[in-house]
Design a protein around this ligand. Structure first.
Ligand code: MSP
Length: 505
C-alpha cells in the first residue's frame, strides 16, 4: 500500500484591486511560485493559492471615483493580476476572489463560530483610520496626525461596531511563538511580533454599518464584515473550510502564508488569534519578506516608482527577472532594486558561467565525440564536492533560503568552469580521458538545470534537452533527480544554441 502524498499549502496575500501589479507584488509571487514548485518536486500535493481582495472602503471609493460599477471594476483588476502572473509563469493552483460565493459562505461560517465561542461583542469605536491601509492607528503610532505608512492625514472614525476580543489571545499567541520555533520566519520578524504582543493587545472593530460593500454578518445583516477580517479568511475558504472538504484538516496543518512585512501584524497577531477563536489551530507558519525598494523607498504605484514586471521580463526574459529576484534578496530583508545588479547577475552567473559552459561542452561533444554524450565517471569532478553542493542546496530550499540555495548552484557551476580550464578538453587526445572530462561536466550541467528548474522555468527544460535528458524529469518529483551520478550519457546531441545571450550595457 502506498501512503497518500503529504499536503503542502502555500498562500500569497490577496491583492487589493485598486493598484496595477508591479515588481514588488511580483517579488511575492515569484518567491511563492519557487516554494510551490520545490514542494511539488518533493512529491508533496501542493495547493498554491493567490487572489484578490475586493471588498472594503478603499475599493468602493476607487470604483466610485472612476465612475465604474464596483463589480466591473473588480473584474477588470482581477484579470490584470491573472494576466501578469501568467506572463511571469506563476503556477498557482487556485485564484480566489473575495467577492465569490464560496468565500461569503466560509466567512459567515467562520464569523458565526467566533461569535458562538463568545469572542465577539458590540461596542462603540472611536479611532484614527487610514483608508489606504484599511487599518486603525493609535495616536502614538500616528506621525503628526498622519498615517505612518502613507504619510497622509488619518480620518477620525466613530461607529457602533462589533468587536473581536483580540486581547483574550495574548497568552495563546505568545505560546504559539514559543512552542513552534519557526512559526514566524525569519526569526527577527518573530521577535518583532512577540514584542508587539507583549506590549498588550486591544480588541479590534470587525464590522461597519456605514459601508455596504462587504459580507453581511450572519447574526446582524445591517453590518458588513471589516475588510481585513474578511480577507484573512480567504486562506480557509480555498482549502475547503466552507465546504467541509475532506482535505481541509491536512492542508491547514501544513499551511504556510507568505506575506510582506507591512502586513505582519494582521498575519502574525490577528490571524492566529482569529483561527484559535474559531476553534482551529493557528497556521503552521508565516513567512515574512521585506520590501523591494527603489533608491531606499518602498516600490509602490502611489510612490510613482513602480517597475512594471511584464515590461521588464519582455526586455530581459522571464528567467532573468526571476533569477535576479531570487538570487539577490534573502527572505526577510528589504532590498534595493537596480537594473545594473540584474544585468550583472545575469551576465556573470547565467550568460558567462552556465550558458558558456553548456555551449563549450556540447560543442566539444559534437565535434570530438561525434555528438554522443559520455556519462558521469567521477574521475574529474569530485563526487564529494558535488554531493556537498547538492545537499546544501536542498537544505536551503527546505529552509526557505532560496538565495543561499542558488549560491550553492552558482558555486557548483564555477567549479565546473575551473575544471574545464584545468583539464582543457579541447586539446585532450586520449578518448577515455576526454569522455571522463565531458561526462562529469555534463553531469554538473544536468544537476544545475534540475536544481534551478523552479526558478529558470524556460531555460531548464532547454538545457536538459540540449544534453539529451528528457525534460519531463522536472515535471514530477524532480528532487529525486538531484542525485550525483545519474547522468549516464549515450544520447546524441548537437551544439546547444546560446540560451543566455549577454546583455550589453
Ligand atoms: N489586501 C491586503 C492583503 C490581504 S491578505 C489576507 C494587501 N494588499 S496589497 O495589494 O496592498 O499588498 C499585497 C502584498 O504586496 C503585501 O504583502 C505587500 O507587502 C506586497 N508588496 C507591495 N509592495 C511591495 C514592495 N515594494 N516590495 C515587496 N512587496 C510589496 O496588503
Amino acid at each position: 500500500m502506498t501512503s497518500a502524498p503529504s499536503e503542502y499549502f502555500i498562500s500569497t496575500p490577496i491583492y487589493y484591486v485598486n493598484d496595477a501589479p508591479h515588481l514588488g507584488h511580483a517579488y511575492t509571487m515569484i518567491n511563492s511560485d519557487v516554494f510551490a514548485r520545490w514542494h511539488r518536486g518533493l512529491g508533496e500535493r501542493v495547493l498554491y493559492l493567490t487572489g484578490t481582495d475586493e471588498h472594503g472602503q478603499k475599493i468602493s471609493d476607487s470604483a466610485a471615483k472612476a465612475g465604474m460599477d464596483v463589480g466591473d471594476w473588480t473584474d477588470s483588476y482581477a484579470n490584470k493580476f491573472k494576466e501578469t502572473w501568467a506572463s511571469l509563469h506563476i503556477s498557482y493552483d487556485d485564484f480566489i476572489r473575495t467577492t465569490e460565493e464560496r468565500h461569503s459562505v466560509a466567512v459567515r461560517k467562520f464569523l458565526q463560530a467566533v461569535y458562538d465561542n463568545g469572542y465577539i461583542y458590540k461596542g462603540k469605536y472611536e479611532g484614527l483610520y487610514c483608508v489606504s491601509c484599511e487599518s486603525y492607528y493609535t495616536a502614538t503610532e500616528a506621525i503628526d496626525s498622519n498615517c505612518p505608512v502613507h504619510k497622509r492625514p488619518l480620518t477620525v472614525m466613530e461607529e457602533e461596531n462589533y468587536f473581536f476580543k483580540l486581547s483574550a489571545f495574548t497568552e495563546a499567541i505568545t505560546k504559539w511563538y514559543e512552542e513552534v520555533d519557526d512559526s514566524v520566519f525569519p526569526d527577527f520578524r518573530k521577535n518583532e511580533s512577540a514584542a508587539f504582543v507583549k506590549g498588550g493587545l486591544e480588541d479590534i472593530s470587525i464590522s461597519r454599518v456605514s459601508l455596504k460593500w462587504g459580507i453581511p454578518l450572519p447574526w446582524d445583516e445591517s453590518h458588513v464584515c471589516y475588510v481585513w477580517f474578511d480577507a484573512l479568511i480567504n486562506y480557509l475558504t480555498a482549502i475547503g473550510y466552507g465546504s467541509d472538504d475532506p482535505l481541509f484538516e491536512a492542508r491547514w496543518e501544513n499551511s504556510h502564508h507568505l506575506i510582506g512585512k507591512d502586513i505582519q501584524r494582521f498575519h502574525c497577531v490577528w490571524w492566529p488569534a482569529m483561527t484559535m477563536a474559531a476553534g482551529l489551530r493557528p497556521p503552521r507558519q508565516v513567512l515574512v519578506h521585506g520590501w523591494l525598494l527603489v533608491k531606499g523607498e518602498k516600490m509602490a504605484k502611489s510612490g510613482g516608482n513602480g517597475v512594471d514586471a511584464v515590461s521588464l521580463s519582455e526586455i530581459y526574459g522571464v528567467d532573468a527577472v526571476r533569477y535576479y529576484l531570487m538570487r539577490e534578496y534573502s527572505l526577510g530583508s528589504d532590498g534595493d532594486f537596480s537594473l545594473e545588479a540584474l544585468e550583472q547577475r545575469y551576465n556573470v552567473e547565467l550568460a558567462n558561467n552556465l550558458g558558456n559552459l553548456l555551449s563549450r561542452v556540447t560543442n566539444i561533444v559534437f565535434r570530438n565525440l561525434g555528438g554522443v554524450t559520455p556519462g558521469y565517471s567521477g574521475e574529474i569532478a569530485d563526487r564529494a564536492v558535488l554531493d556537498g553542493h547538492i545537499s546544501s542546496f536542498k537544505d536551503h530550499m527546505n529552509g526557505y533560503l532560496t538565495s543561499k540555495a542558488l549560491e550553492e548552484i552558482a558555486a557548483m557551476v564555477r567549479y565546473a568552469n575551473v575544471l574545464i580550464e584545468e583539464n582543457a578538453p579541447w586539446k585532450e587526445k586520449d578518448p577515455e580521458r576526454l569522455s571522463s572530462i565531458l561526462g562529469d561536466l555534463l553531469e554538473i550541467i544536468r544537476l544545475a538545470a534540475v536544481a534551478l528548474s523552479p526558478v529558470l522555468v524556460s531555460a531548464s527544460p532547454k538545457i536538459l534537452e540540449a544534453i539529451g535528458v528528457d525534460a519531463k524529469v522536472i515535471e514530477g518529483n524532480f528532487v529525486s533527480e538531484l542525485e550525483v551520478g545519474r547522468y549516464v550519457g549515450g544520447s546524441i546531441i548537437e551544439k546547444a544554441a546560446p540560451l543566455f545571450p549577454r546583455i550589453e550595457g
